[in-house]
Design a protein around this ligand. Structure first.
Ligand SMILES: [Zn+2]
Length: 235
């Protein structure tokens, strides 16, 4: 007998029955013609934060890399075994995605481990420690900014970690070039697991804003832009 998890076998059965059968043609086309995702998401490994679920994405829509605490390492010369950097390189230079989204979330275990380590990251594991050390510049930036007494320190570092990852994205020459040319766009977002709320970082203020409000504002803008065109058409 196999010890393959029976929950996975049962789940696969449902996928084949309900999902695959519904999208069979799309899957076959993806297999024949390849993938052309326009968006890459850098998300946490956390099992509660699934980019495809949050963005209601279909197969082929999102190119996703997940790691502890959704961190983007800074660019380093000489390559090496950098899974996230390899995924970024392939997505940007190979697939030519148009958007990179760093997706953080509430109660992030990686961020919490960094906060609780008090600088002794060796205690957080031989791999996790050096990895979450990448949050250090974010923590230093936070320590240097005026303290908002009402702000949850965990949330503040989750936001700061996303901002730091966005900065690190720009250290990759192939990303910096395309962003400067306006051919690639980078974004920060944060997901609240309990309420299902998504916040999107405003690039000018670096403040995280409710995605539903953003959606409403976008719709208003689209309507406003459409009205003069309609009036023109009536003439
Ligand atoms: Zn996390």
């Amino acid at each position: 007998m196999t010890d393959f998890p029976k929950e996975l076998l049962a789940g696969y059965g449902l996928y084949k029955e309900r999902i695959y059968s519904q999208f069979e043609e799309e899957y076959q086309n993806l297999a024949i013609y390849g993938q052309e995702p326009e968006v890459m998401v850098i998300s946490c490994c956390d099992s509660r934060v699934t980019p495809e679920g949050i963005f209601h994405a279909q197969p082929g829509e999102l190119f996703v890399v997940r790691n502890v605490a959704n961190l983007v390492p800074p660019f380093t010369q000489g390559g090496g075994t950098h899974g996230t950097s390899a995924a970024l390189e392939y997505a940007v230079t190979g697939l030519k995605v148009k958007h990179l989204v760093v997706l953080g979330h509430c109660k992030c275990g990686g961020v919490q481990a960094f906060r609780e380590s008090n600088g002794k990251l060796s205690k957080t594991g031989q791999f996790v420690g050096p990895w979450i050390k990448m949050l250090e510049p974010a923590a230093i930036t936070l320590a240097c900014t005026p303290v908002d007494k009402n702000e949850d320190p965990q949330l503040a570092l989750e936001y700061a970690g996303i901002r730091q990852s966005l900065k690190n994205l720009m250290t990759f020459p192939f990303i910096e070039k395309l962003v400067t040319q306006g051919n690639l766009h980078i974004h920060g977002a944060w997901f609240d697991i309990g309420s299902g709320s998504l916040r999107v970082m405003n690039k000018e203020t670096e403040i995280f804003e409710d995605a539903q409000d953003l959606r409403a504002r976008m719709k208003e803008q689209e309507t406003a832009e459409h009205v003069p065109a309609t009036a023109e058409e009536k003439k």
